[in-house]
Design a protein around this ligand. Structure first.
Ligand code: HEM
Length: 363
């Protein structure tokens, strides 16, 4: 059987819809760090560890609770609990909530990882968490650390769009402390899963009313008014080339679309639709038609966002297909859309390397 490695590239088209009016924006002043209102961290810890534990006898092997959830691709999502972001310096400290549990009774261990913190400031690029290793035998020693630096975070600048700040697929590397919670099965320096985080910054804080004045009498009233301008509707796509793997002639190759973040800050709840279409796969050896590509879309809404629907599973991305959409009435906020991809490889295909460009259009 001939193995064929297929690669393709994604190209994102960001569509910015008209801003309703130009007023002084409600975005936080650049001078002071802004509070983080909401958002999330997506991190899978380490895919190979999830795979190892999930074949074990835990009930369940992998769990998420206290606000954390398991994404369709198996990584974990932790919601923001508090944080600050300084646009001027890039200094960021964000606390996230939630607990994930890796349980493998037959191997004597339960590992709990909770309340991660991301700290980015100058040379400090740290992922902290509370980690517990509890053991039920086998001569292993338990470990308990709180807000310890379990991983360092690789370089990467955030995408900033008004009050939305996001990092996508930053590399993470295990520290000595992180490794200590895994009973020697990992060394410091082990590559962990990349992390992504999307933050929604708070607007200006209400002014402190100050101390009450001297007792006295009288009353007065003031009318308060605020103009909030509409923000943009934007799309950003993470990561580089998506490699489709496991190819064989007459078989199929599969992969996962890089995550795509739709941010609807227009304030109109007008609905949006994200559509994808691919060109033919081409290479030195020939062409594989775009109609051979199938996808199974996934979609998640950030906490507090509206409602998102993943497009239907479809074969034939030679025509535009909906990856995800949000209907009018509940389309505001930040959403992440992805897809499992399957390329059917015709029995007549020739071995070689093929690439294609998938274009996503948000409207
Ligand atoms: C505190 C106890 C234990 C911890 C924390 C632990 C942790 C780990 C970790 C982190 C890996 C590497 C997973 C990866 O990224 O590929 C691993 C692999 C492995 N562990 Fe454990 N383990 C423990 C106990 C045990 C015990 C008692 C056994 C045997 C009965 C065992 C058998 C294995 C095997 C066979 C692998 C290789 C799995 C593979 O490559 O598919 N482990 N373990």
């Amino acid at each position: 059987m001939t193995k064929t490695r297929l690669r393709w590239t994604t190209a994102a088209t960001a569509v910015v819809l008209g801003t309703a009016a130009v007023f002084a924006t409600a975005a936080p002043a650049a001078a002071a760090p802004a509070d983080v209102d909401s958002g999330y961290l997506d991190w899978g810890f380490k895919a190979s560890f999830r795979a190892y534990v999930s074949t074990g006898n835990g009930t369940p092997p992998l769990g998420a609770s206290n606000g954390a959830s398991i994404n369709p691709n198996g990584t974990f999502r932790f919601p923001v609990t508090s944080g600050s972001y300084d646009a001027a310096s890039g200094a960021t400290t964000v606390h996230y909530g939630g607990t994930v549990v890796f349980s493998y009774p037959a191997h004597f261990f339960t590992i709990t990882l909770k309340n991660p913190t991301v700290e980015l400031s100058g040379a400090t690029r740290a992922l902290k968490a509370d980690v517990d290793l509890t053991v039920t035998g086998g001569g292993f020693e338990p470990v308990h650390v709180e807000q310890a630096v379990v991983a360092t975070i690789g370089a990467g600048t955030p995408a900033v769009d008004g009050g939305n700040v996001s990092w996508t697929n930053l590399s993470t590397t295990m520290t000595e402390t992180g490794a200590s919670a895994f009973a020697g099965f990992y060394a410091a320096g082990s590559a962990l899963d990349p992390l992504s985080s999307a933050l929604v910054l708070a607007g200006d804080e209400p002014t402190d009313p100050g101390e009450p004045g001297n007792p006295g009498g009288g009353s007065a009233s003031q009318e308060l008014a605020v103009d909030i301008p509409g923000g943009p509707l934007t799309l950003s796509s993470a990561g580089g080339t998506v490699n489709l793997t496991g190819a064989s002639i007459g078989g199929a190759a599969t992969g996962t679309l890089n995550p795509n973040t739709v941010s609807d800050l227009r304030g109109t709840n007008a609905g949006w639709n994200l559509v994808g279409q691919v060109e033919d796969f081409t290479g030195d050896a020939g062409t594989i038609g775009a109609d051979q590509l199938a996808w199974a879309p996934t979609a998640t809404a950030a906490p507090g966002a509206g409602t998102v629907t993943a497009g239907g599973a479809a074969t034939g991305l030679n025509t535009g297909r909906t990856l995800c959409k949000s209907d009018s009435g509940a389309s505001a906020g930040v959403f992440t859309c992805g897809a499992g991809l399957t390329l059917n490889i015709p029995a007549t295909a020739k071995p070689g390397s093929y690439t294609a460009t998938l274009t996503l259009t948000l409207s």
